[in-house]
Design a binder for this molecule. Structure first.
Ligand code: ARG
Length: 460
């Protein structure tokens, strides 16, 4: 019975089914480096306040480092009866150092310990995810040189709407991923306060120094309320919701490029290295990576639901349910990490099929809205202009011509304000030049934004 950290009160061994059921080592072992980091800071603080000696601190820290190296080298054996990573490390420390190791858990509980470990993990993950988001943004911005002259049809309802510079399209994704990045920065800020010292839920009667532990672990603050700390998981909900938004952005980008990769659209080429074939149809090249980026978003969205549902009915403070929080957090983290890595590689290596895009650019009356605005500039009320251009488009459809191909007589029959200069705004290349408003897809504004983005990336 002494096998268990809590063996003293118990007279019966734990049922093996319970051990299998309650273990978390199968998924929390990856917290080992953070657990050791937290324990070393805790031991240092304990020695500084006189709860252990400097020698004991030294022994604890050196032994924890040795254990950490063995774990990293895969030389450490896990046993489900030791439940979780925290108990494994502490038990091993005690095996090696006896009573010294038995002092480590002074003024601490697994409740504040696990929360600290997860927060350290999260900080580390957030930093990595921010780097990956920045890589992806850079991949988009790097295209701007290449695709500077390209014009794309832009869509609403997946119907051709108005033309934009291709670079406007690249930067649209940069903006979304920038908000995602900022959300993570924000989440990191709220995560960055130290739970250690809350002990089980009420704090401790021992003279610990929480400020010092926080400082040693690089936390910006000490979390204020021990009861809150013991039950708090909203930093995880925030993290996983942020990841779910990233996954949804990635998924809709992937969906768009899956369409663009079809014979019907044929807007992009993706190199062989990032596509796969069919086991039966020899001609196939499938966008499986994009499809899986879209598909895997389901796991991240589910992780978000998982955490919210897990915590919604928990009274204060710690409840064992919380052990289950790591499963969705790790899965969402790993999924989004993998998706971001591949997304950047695909954005970098794909090519726009410019000839193909250009060959159909004049289809779909992308210049119709610019024509309406031309009428507005000539003093025609907007609604009247809308109607007039609508009827002109309908005329074009009947005659199977483009707006730019209508004669001046026909224009003037529809609206007497139309003059010869109308041809200067018709046709996609002309129509796009007319966009001047801030944030628009016209060449001038887009060039400004490209410059801003290049600078932002250079300064990172
Ligand atoms: N493995 C547990 C978890 O991840 C550690 C905390 C256990 N605390 C407790 N009071 N049983 O949540």
């Amino acid at each position: 019975m002494a096998e268990k950290a809590w063996g003293g009160r118990f007279s019966q061994a734990t049922d093996q089914r319970v051990e299998r059921f309650t273990e978390s080592i199968s998924f929390d072992a990856r917290l080992a480096p953070f657990d050791i980091q937290g324990s070393k800071a805790h031991a240092t603080m304990l020695s500084e306040v006189g709860l252990i000696t400097a020698d004991e601190r030294e022994t604890i820290c050196t032994t924890l480092d040795e254990i950490g190296q063995e774990i990293a080298a895969g030389q450490f054996e896990y046993r489900i009866e030791l439940e979780d990573i925290h108990m494994h490390i502490e038990r091993e420390l005690t095996n090696r150092t006896g009573d010294t190791g038995r002092k480590l858990h002074t003024g601490r509980s697994r409740n504040d310990q696990v929360s600290t470990d997860v927060k350290l993990f999260l900080r580390h993950s957030i930093d990595q995810l921010i780097d990956l988001l920045e890589d992806l943004q850079e991949a988009f911005v790097d295209r701007c040189e290449r695709d500077a002259e390209v014009v794309l049809p832009a869509f609403t309802h997946l119907q051709r709407a108005q033309p934009v510079m291709a670079n406007h399209y690249w930067l649209a994704w940069c903006e979304k991923f920038e908000r995602d990045r900022q959300r993570l920065v924000d989440c990191r800020r709220r995560t960055n306060s130290c739970p250690l010292g809350a002990a089980a839920l009420a704090g401790t009667s021992l003279p610990i120094n929480r400020q010092r532990t926080a400082e040693l672990l690089g936390f910006e603050a000490v979390s204020a309320n021990s009861l809150d700390i013991s039950s708090d998981r909203d930093f995880l909900m925030e993290f996983v919701s942020d990841l779910a938004i990233i996954a949804v952005h990635l998924s809709s980008w992937a969906e768009e490029w899956i369409l663009w990769f079809t014979t019907e659209f044929n807007f992009i080429s993706i190199p062989d290295a990032f596509t796969t074939g069919s086991s039966i149809m020899p001609q196939k090249r499938n966008p499986d990576v994009l499809e899986l980026i879209r598909g895997k978003s389901a796991r991240v969205i589910a992780a978000n639901q998982h955490l919210l549902t897990l915590t919604k009915s928990l009274p204060l403070a710690y409840n064992r349910d919380l052990q289950e929080d790591k499963i969705p957090v790790f899965d969402a983290n790993d999924t989004v990490t993998a998706c971001l890595e591949l997304a950047a590689a695909i954005v970098e290596s794909a090519e726009l099929n410019v000839d193909r895009i250009n060959s159909r650019l004049e289809e779909g009356f992308l210049d119709a809205t610019t024509l309406m605005e031309y009428l507005i500039k000539k003093g025609v009320p907007m609604r009247t202009g809308h109607e007039t251009v609508g009827s002109l488009v309908s005329l074009c459809e009947k005659e199977n011509v483009r707006l730019a191909e209508l004669s001046l007589e026909k224009f003037q029959a529809a609206c007497s304000s139309i003059e010869e200069d109308v041809y200067e705004i018709l046709g996609v290349r002309n129509a796009i030049k007319a966009f001047v408003s801030e944030g628009s897809g016209g060449p001038g504004r887009v060039a400004e934004q490209v410059a801003i983005w290049k600078k932002r990336i250079d300064e990172r």
